[in-house]
Design a binder for this molecule. Structure first.
Ligand SMILES: [Cu+2]
Length: 118
């Protein structure tokens, strides 16, 4: 009898995990980030973005991995949020105003205003 109880509990738990799984999606977005500061800016912007559950940027690959709620946001909106803080996000180009405010070390390497990292 006790074993059946545990079995039922496990079935319910598994069903619960699958139920939440369907609501979330994970995407990878290529950004124009250059350093740890960029990582902070982008991750913070996404933390405040509606529907975003987690965001983690890999400085080496410049790829940000975002898990979001499908009913609350979309990859387009997430790319826009990254552009708004001054970075390219896949085919979405960085917002020029936000980009101009970035520190010299955070600018794209082919930009004449960019300064190499110390
Ligand atoms: Cu930077």
């Amino acid at each position: 009898m006790r074993k059946t109880g545990i079995f039922l509990l496990m079935v319910l738990l598994t069903a619960g995990i699958y139920a939440t799984d369907g609501k979330f999606e994970t995407i990878k977005i290529k950004t124009s980030s250059q350093c740890g500061e960029c990582k902070e800016i982008i991750e913070e912007a996404l933390a405040f973005e509606k529907g975003v559950k987690t965001a983690e940027l890999d400085v080496e690959t410049k790829i940000v991995t975002v898990t979001y709620k499908k009913s609350k946001t979309s990859p387009e909106k997430i790319r826009k949020a990254i552009s708004k803080v001054g970075y390219d996000a896949d085919e979405v180009v960085a917002d020029p105003k936000a980009y101009s405010k970035l520190d010299a070390c955070c600018k794209k390497p082919d930009d004449p205003d960019a300064e190499p990292h110390k």
